[in-house]
Design a protein around this ligand. Structure first.
Ligand code: TPP
Length: 390
């Protein structure tokens, strides 16, 4: 006898999970429809499974608890933020993974390789996994997974096979996920604010100007030299200098913003990192967190790995952000305009997500070390700092 999908939704609620995010699978359709429609939870319709993991991590960093839902085909898309963010930073989050291509069951051929690999892949990552079956006590399985997550401060996974849940007839996204089309006026309204003059600043100059204005605010910085430099200021009760999960700084910040919408959140992104996960602009633009400022510090290189060229010179991040629904976007192309650009970005708080693209030169501070604190210490300090603040 198939189970009622409401059982799983209720069990997740009972376990204290409120930050739902995911990429759909037909097996999880009813659950996702319920998450979209329910006012008791928050649902982030992610652009890719790794973004769902990063958003769930952000929920926890802001004092909540999240679940990332995905088809097992997308587990590969989630491995990087699991292996380099959730596990090393000891961030509990639940994975709800459907099981296409389960060995011994008929399915589309392209699902078989991942179907065979799914439990082993999770095991290789050291993520304890339970397979839900028709005779499972769903509430107990969820409660056990969450108890483990909170005790061990690690991710845990539940696998949902095909046919386990009876399909709710006509279940369709009834959505609180914004389905609003942007009006012609809104599409027209977005204009890039331009700042500049003088030579290009360095990343260090930008960071100093940013800290002078916004140093008290919560911020997530991208992997590599950026986070090393942020960490050198030792403001871990408000800055999360992420190492790993390249490209997902904005998705982590989105998870934070959804958990704590009243708090401003800044992202200190890199051009290479943003290009890697450009899809997050669409998610953020659509969900429109009101106090979200996305700074893209663009040196046109992957500086942290030796200065190889990125394709950023041909990418207009500000226009892309506006096209994705950001409320405002700016471009700063010279030191003389830096202060005004950052003031403009700060003043945009409350109006919806804003992206400020700042061109910098390739100068680097010398002797930047990795953060002195361990990843779990950083995550804990940030979480405590954020939870303790109004
Ligand atoms: C998924 C993944 N791919 C590649 C890397 C290696 N890596 C670390 S930092 C970095 C460069 C990031 O470039 P950018 O975002 O432009 O920042 P910059 O280094 O220029 O400050 C790369 C490629 C990684 N950590 N993770």
């Amino acid at each position: 006898m198939p189970l009622d999908p409401q059982l799983l939704f209720d069990a997740l609620l009972k376990a204290g999970i409120r930050g739902f995010s995911g990429v759909p699978c037909s097996i999880l359709n009813d659950l996702i429809c319920e998450a979209e429609a329910s006012s008791k939870v928050d649902y982030v319709a992610a652009s890719v499974e790794g973004e769902a993991v990063a958003a769930a991590a952000g929920s926890w960093l802001a004092g909540g608890l999240g679940v990332a839902m995905m088809q097992n085909s997308g587990l590969g898309n989630a491995v990087n933020p699991l292996a380099s963010l959730a596990i090393p930073y000891e961030i509990p989050l639940l994975l709800l993974v459907s099981w296409r291509g389960e060995p011994g069951r008929k399915d589309a051929v392209h699902h078989y390789p991942m179907g065979a690999a799914t439990p082993g892949l999770l095991e290789l990552l050291g993520i304890p996994t339970a397979v839900l079956r028709e005779d499972s006590n769903v509430q107990r399985s969820v409660a056990d997974a969450v108890a483990y997550m909170e005790k061990e401060r690690r991710p845990a996974a539940l696998i949902v096979p095909r046919g386990l849940f009876e399909a709710v007839p006509g279940a369709r996204a009834r959505g609180r996920v914004p389905t609003r089309e942007r009006s012609a006026e809104q599409r027209q309204a977005g204009r890039v604010s331009r700042f500049g003059g003088g030579s290009l600043p360095s990343r260090t100059d930008v960071l100093a100007a940013y800290l002078a204005r916004c140093g008290d605010e919560a911020a997530v910085s991208t992997t590599g030299y950026m986070s090393r430099e942020v960490a050198s200021h030792a403001l871990v009760d408000r800055h999360f200098p992420m190492q790993g999960s390249m490209g997902f700084a904005a998705a982590i910040a989105l998870g934070i913003a959804r958990q704590r919408p009243e708090r401003p959140v800044f992202v200190l992104d890199g051009d290479g990192a943003l290009i890697m996960r450009l899809g997050s602009l669409a998610t953020i633009g659509a969900l429109a967190p009101p106090r979200f400022v996305h700074l893209v510090i663009d040196n046109a290189t992957y500086a942290s790995t030796g200065g190889q060229r990125t394709v950023s010179p041909s990418v207009d991040f500000a226009e892309v952000a506006l096209a994705c629904g950001y409320a405002g976007a700016g471009f700063c192309s010279g030191s003389d305009g830096l202060a005004a650009a950052l003031d403009w970005a700060r003043e945009s708080l409350g109006a919806g997500p804003t992206l400020l693209h700042i061109r910098v030169d390739e100068r680097e501070s010398s002797g930047l070390e990795r953060p002195a604190l361990t990843p779990p210490e950083i995550a804990q300090a940030f979480r405590v700092g954020l939870m303790g603040r109004a």
